[in-house]
Ligand binder design. Sequence first.
Ligand SMILES: Cc1cc2nc3c(=O)[nH]c(=O)nc-3n(C[C@H](O)[C@H](O)[C@H](O)COP(=O)(O)OP(=O)(O)OC[C@H]3O[C@@H](n4cnc5c(N)ncnc54)[C@H](O)[C@@H]3O)c2cc1C
Length: 491
Amino acid sequence: MNKHAIVIGSGIGGLAASVRLACEGYTVDVFEANDFIGGKINSKTISGYRFDMGPSVFTGPEYIKELFDLCGEDFSEFKYQKLHHSFHYFYDDGLQLSLSADKEKLIDELSEKLNESKYVLKNYLEKAELNYNLISPLFIEKSLHRFKHLLNKTLLKALIYIPKYKLNSTMNGENATTFKNPKTVQLFNRYATYNGSNPYEAPAMLNMIQHLEMNVGVFLPEKGMVQISEAVYHLALKKGVKFHLNEAITNIIIENKKIKGVSSKKGNYLADVVVSNMDVSLTYEKLMPEIKQPLKILNQEKSSSAIVFYWGIKKEFKELGLHNILFSGDSEKEFNAIFKTKKQFNDPTIYINITSKEVKSDAPMNCENWFVMINSAINTGQNWDEELKNIKQRLVKKINKLLNTTIEDYIECEEILHPGIIEKKYSGKFGSIYGNASNNKYAAFYRHPNYSKEIKGLYFAGVTVHPGGGIPLALNSAKIAVECLQEDIRK
Ligand SMILES: Cc1cc2nc3c(=O)[nH]c(=O)nc-3n(C[C@H](O)[C@H](O)[C@H](O)COP(=O)(O)OP(=O)(O)OC[C@H]3O[C@@H](n4cnc5c(N)ncnc54)[C@H](O)[C@@H]3O)c2cc1C
């Protein structure tokens, strides 16, 4: 008889784990607390406007291709395009950038408008590529917690470059000494937010994040981001995975330090293997409170959260593109507010994503679907209804100034996401999006491994465990979890 695996949660990490387990010959059941699959990668249509409710920036399609290949399915069925321009940037003093996907043009624009040396920019991006290619096979695609994964030629190659990683510097430290213009520094510091971190504390090594976007490119699935979770869901269905929606797991059953199964309100389910895609801190706290928690890991500073206004806008704004950033006038104070004082900053950086720029059916004719997001402190019990009134006013004011409009007159429908909702709806500890922040140089080693050191048969996939935040990393977390399982079986 096939061995039985249970996956808790159908976020992209859980979905990918279910596909991989099914490919290994397991009978797989996925339990999802919500009434939809995909976790944060889900979509909602309100009054004719379609919104991706979570992620909006798609990088690393090759990690999805890997799953198609594994299942023997044709990846060309997954329709997506590379964007001609990644991001449109708007600075407080009126300067605007529209970054091309063509690297030469990108460097030309940054050099001309920000008065930076082309040579320095080229070197910086080449270094990001080199670091990514050296570090990724070790830190992103493999377990950091099993030495035999690290002991190979790749490690030796990576070690040779150690002095170049600037281990004692921060992202901001490296960017501020590399570039002349504070605006360039602000632009490159922004990538710390891709795993919910603070560039004034996150290690300089994370300056490799921009490699995926600037050297490789930003992509857009034909049907929006939700196509990613739907595609992996369909792979899972084809492999025979069974999904149980609206069924939260309430307990992991453990006997003699070995997995026995899980329970929900509906009953007990036996299993040989459990993969938790739920936030790792909450997996310990809520599902197995009797097990000793690895507190050194779980008590690390949490990543940032987010506030999103989903607005149906009954007008088109030619000034904006698909991905737009309206920079804060003072990034350092903004990050301080998010991570230190945990208060809302009065001039936050605003991200506006408008998929109807490319996918016309995402909004009614002559209208646009705006996803307006700011990074936020985690949920520490703030009165979000009160906070949101002020925040909305500030966002509206900044947007009106940029577009010379009264945007409030064009908002036809509205939905809101805030850290309190993220905590409840997706079970993210304190509403943090990525679990631990990477706000110190040892952060990578303070992420929970993809397996339990205490409980035989228990594994973890998702952004709160190794290797960290973002869709490409969540997909890799599932790969590593199942690799660890295969190794354990061989043992
Ligand atoms: C506003 C926002 C914007 C983002 N933008 C980007 C972006 O542009 N690009 C990017 O790559 N990433 C982005 N992210 C992060 C992205 O969402 C994550 O990287 C990824 O989707 C998280 O996947 P995950 O596998 O960790 O699980 P999640 O999506 O967190 O899913 C976990 C699932 O587990 C379920 N669950 C929890 N507890 C239980 C239980 N007890 N029983 C059953 N089910 C349970 C939850 O209901 C949920 O469905 C963004 C996130 C947010 C919120």
